[in-house]
Write a protein that binds this ligand. Structure first.
Ligand code: RP5
Length: 162
């Protein structure tokens, strides 16, 4: 059975960020398929993946890229599946370039854009899981438990305060 979530990224170097999406999905018991798909270095691979993603059984695509980050937008243009974009922190511009490239989609082709870097990768996974949870009550329970555990882990007072 195909994993419901595809995590695609423009480069091996994006994995350091995107692994946080993978780990979050793993913690929620959601299977994923992680692949390197570069919009400019492997355009044929992008086309084949995005055109075939829905028929392959994917439900949501998480796409991470940095710099001139056209992977999420190009993917969204080629599939009707929901696409969540994660701006990867770039060396030259700290990910602002990635963020602007992903977030400023002209009206008509949406990309749900998350925060730059690790936070965005984790939240992309949570958002993708919540989409799946709409039709999977066991996952909805796991997601609620995950959030409760997060709440429980927050101390009432900061350590070191008098
Ligand atoms: C983008 O260029 C990738 O998404 C990556 O964030 C960035 C740099 O790629 P590498 O030069 O590290 O392969 O396509």
């Amino acid at each position: 059975m195909t994993a419901p979530i595809a995590i695609i990224m423009g480069s091996q170097s994006d994995w350091d960020t995107m692994r946080h999406a993978a780990e979050t999905l793993g913690a929620l018991g959601v299977s994923y398929d992680a692949r390197i798909v570069s919009a400019h270095r492997t355009p044929d691979r992008l086309y084949a993946f995005a055109r075939g993603a829905k028929a392959a059984g994917f439900k949501v695509v998480i796409a991470g890229a940095g710099g001139a980050a056209h992977l999420p937008g190009m993917t969204a243009s080629l599939t009707e599946l929901p696409v969540f974009g994660v701006p990867v922190e770039s060396k030259a511009l700290s990910g602002l370039d990635s963020l602007y490239s992903i977030v400023q989609m002209p009206a008509g082709i949406p990309v749900g854009t998350l925060a730059i870097g690790k936070s965005g990768a984790i939240n992309a996974a949570l958002l993708a899981a919540s989409v799946l949870a709409l039709s999977d009550s066991a996952l909805a329970d796991r997601l609620a438990a995950w959030r409760q555990a997060q709440t429980n882990a927050i101390a009432e007072r900061p350590e070191g305060a008098g």
